[in-house]
Design a protein around this ligand. Structure first.
Ligand code: TIU
Length: 224
């Protein structure tokens, strides 16, 4: 057991029972020309998370702990895409439409895939999720239970959408979540701030928040 200095109070890191959950670090959200930028968003705010997440991912791999990646997207026939999600926003480029990186948020298309900097390696489960939450309509909970995971160290995008939704889902399923402040990103600075604050508020109502350096230090303390 190793202790991570975190907000709102220290997090007892239970190494073998912890997994790194990297949410939706997909080209469609992070690269210019993808779905995120087509909605008018500045992807540079999200891209700031890449370098610290690479360092954290390397530390988890060195420690031999479980790493799980998620991707938001849909079947090519869009049979798992709710009509409401397709309609929402009246976007010029909607989910399933042909965009510069293939069909938007469709599995198997280039834009749907994970950015090369954080690409999964053999043995790291990839969860394809049709919703914002990582647990909705996926086998993530079963995988975590089968591997004895009780704690999630959470990275990814975007802080207030898929990260917050997934942490709330995880919280209700009994997992302790630590959100890594510099490894989660939002297109909106105010949502980044509040998205993190609402995790740790009220004595850690949804979990803990700590920077990547604190998590890496715990991983490298040889006490995990
Ligand atoms: N992964 C994720 O957060 N999906 C989104 O659609 N996020 C937005 O902020 N739009």
């Amino acid at each position: 057991m190793s202790v991570i200095s975190a907000d709102p109070y220290p997090f007892d890191f239970a190494g073998p029972h912890a997994a790194l959950l990297i949410i939706d670090m997909q080209r469609d959200f992070l690269e210019p020309g993808g779905f995120g930028s087509s909605l008018g968003n500045d992807v540079s705010l999200l891209r700031q998370t890449i370098e610290p997440t690479m360092r954290l991912l390397a530390a988890f791999r060195r420690a031999g702990l479980l790493v799980i990646h998620t991707r938001e997207g849909h079947r090519p026939d869009l049979s798992d895409l709710p009509a409401a999600k397709k309609r929402r926003g009246h976007a010029k480029l909607a989910i399933g439409d042909a965009g510069p990186m293939g069909r938007v948020l469709v599995r198997g298309e280039p834009g749907h895939d994970i950015i090369p900097e954080l690409y999964p390696i053999a043995g790291e489960p990839v969860i394809d999720k049709p919703g914002k939450g990582a647990f909705h309509a996926t086998d993530l909970d079963a995988i975590l239970k089968n591997r004895g995971v009780e704690q999630l160290i959470v990275c990814g995008v975007t802080t207030e959408v898929c990260v917050n939704t997934s942490v709330r889902e995880a919280n209700d399923r009994g997992y302790d979540c630590l959100v890594v402040s510099d490894c989660v990103g939002s297109y909106f600075p105010e949502f980044q701030t509040m998205g993190l604050r609402m995790i740790a508020a009220q004595g850690g109502i949804f979990g803990w928040v700590a920077p990547s350096d604190a998590v890496i230090a715990a991983l490298e303390s040889n006490q995990v």
